[in-house]
Design a protein around this ligand. Structure first.
Ligand code: ASP
Ligand code: MG
Length: 406
């Protein structure tokens, strides 16, 4: 008998029919003898819908009020779900964040969980009642409602699992696991059976959208195994777990891509101490996150500074940088939105040489020009022209032997 926390995402509870189906699934698991705690997202599209309403009131909605509004999406699904369970002859009880309480700090719209007392959940479990927890929401010590950031129900689920000392946190979604790359652009992508937290974290930050990053960080910190699986089948999905030795035999475990970045180059910057700080301080003050940075030296004490920012922040970043360029006497600023980042990820890279150069070879063979490169212990990323994204992903997937073996 195990204690399992199951989280169902928005598509799994998108309408009454699906909510009933999830209720049946949960009950079936309980009847097998496991204790189940359920965490739910809002119905698919609901949080965006509410956000749209808020924007009609205020261009920049008040954060405290926005959290009160957005948290209602999950209130709808947990209550409907509990009714569905009862209609099937079992007992369930819904819990809003403040009722448990899921205690958070007061940073509205991106609150951090600080503590989850387990007495109420444990009491329900003891009585054979299925606790149904609203994802994504918490409460401050002053009693204000908070939300954890978009996709935050994953974090609620992992945090509840850790607090209860559950055996596993199962995240049910509309895909049947974590894939070696995006199956939509690479039909030969395979489902990965087991992957380490670190690889999953890299993949999430490099563009893979299966799990919310913070939930993986949380799980890694407390060693909580996550099982990512589909709510539409009963097939096992992907286990996200602590790294083990066998994982190091696989050099590259996945290929990811992101079209969410843009590139900015400041040309002919006078090369003297303090210049990088002058360029990047105003950007970080505007809360824009810079990812890759490259500095190329030119003749005559001049240098080019190239970096990437999120595409959504490109226009703002450009106007900030154009002003800085004037102040420091740089020649010009150039921007390019049509770029993509393709990356290979694998813990095996730590102990094997030549992975990066193999990546460059594969891209060269397919005539894909590399614009920027960055590496970490377990990943290599290349910025390329956006129009080669799919070609590059397929070539790397095949080149590193990740294709499905028929
Ligand atoms: N409903 C929230 C969102 O759409 C939280 C979640 O689904 O995880 O971001
Ligand atoms: Mg989600």
């Amino acid at each position: 008998m195990a204690l399992v926390v199951q989280k169902y995402g928005g598509t799994s509870v998108a309408n009454c029919r699906r909510i009933k189906r999830v209720a049946q699934k949960v009950i079936a698991r309980k009847e097998e003898g496991d204790d189940v705690v359920v965490v739910l997202s809002a119905m698919a599209g609901q949080t965006n819908y509410l956000l749209g309403l808020a924007m009609e009131m205020q261009a920049q909605p008040d954060k405290r009020e926005l959290d009160v509004l957005l948290s209602t999406g999950e209130q709808v699904t947990i209550s409907l779900f509990s009714m569905a369970v009862k209609s099937l002859g079992h007992d369930a009880r819904s819990f809003l964040g403040y009722q448990i309480p899921v205690e958070t700090d007061d940073s509205h719209s991106k609150a951090r969980i600080q503590n989850i007392p387990t007495d109420k959940l444990a009491e329900a479990i003891d009585k054979g009642i299925i606790p149904v927890v609203a994802g994504f929401q918490g409460v401050t010590t002053d009693g204000d409602i908070t939300t954890l950031g978009r996709g935050g129900s994953d974090t609620t689920a992992v945090a509840v699992a850790v607090a209860l000392g559950a055996d596993v946190c199962e995240i049910y979604t509309d895909v049947d696991g974590v894939y070696t790359t995006d199956p939509n652009i690479c039909p030969s992508a395979r489902k990965i059976e087991r992957i380490s937290y670190e690889e999953m974290l890299e993949m999430a930050s490099l563009g893979a959208k299966v799990l919310e990053i913070r939930s993986v960080e949380f799980a890694m910190r407390y060693g909580m195994p996550i099982h990512v699986r589909s709510s539409f089948t009963s097939a096992p999905g992907t286990m996200v777990v602590k790294e083990d030795e066998s994982m190091e035999d696989v050099l590259v475990s996945s290929v990811t891509y992101s079209r969410d970045e843009a590139r900015i180059t400041v040309k002919k910057v006078p090369d003297r101490p303090g210049i990088a700080a002058m360029i990047f301080n105003p950007i970080s003050e505007a809360n824009i996150i810079v990812d890759m940075i490259i500095q190329n030296t030119r003749a005559g004490d001049l240098t080019d500074m190239t970096f990437t920012v999120p595409k959504a922040d490109f226009d703002q970043a450009m106007s900030i940088v154009e002003k800085t360029a004037q102040d420091i006497g740089a020649e010009s600023v150039a921007g390019d939105k049509n770029i993509a980042k393709v990356s290979i990820v694998g813990v095996g890279m730590r102990n094997h040489a030549g992975i990066a150069s193999k990546m460059f070879d594969i891209l060269a063979k397919h005539n894909v020009n590399i614009l920027m490169i960055s590496t970490s212990e377990i990943k290599v990323s290349c910025i390329i022209d956006e129009k080669y994204t799919e070609l590059a992903v397929r070539a790397l997937h095949e080149g590193f032997g990740l294709d499905k073996k028929e």
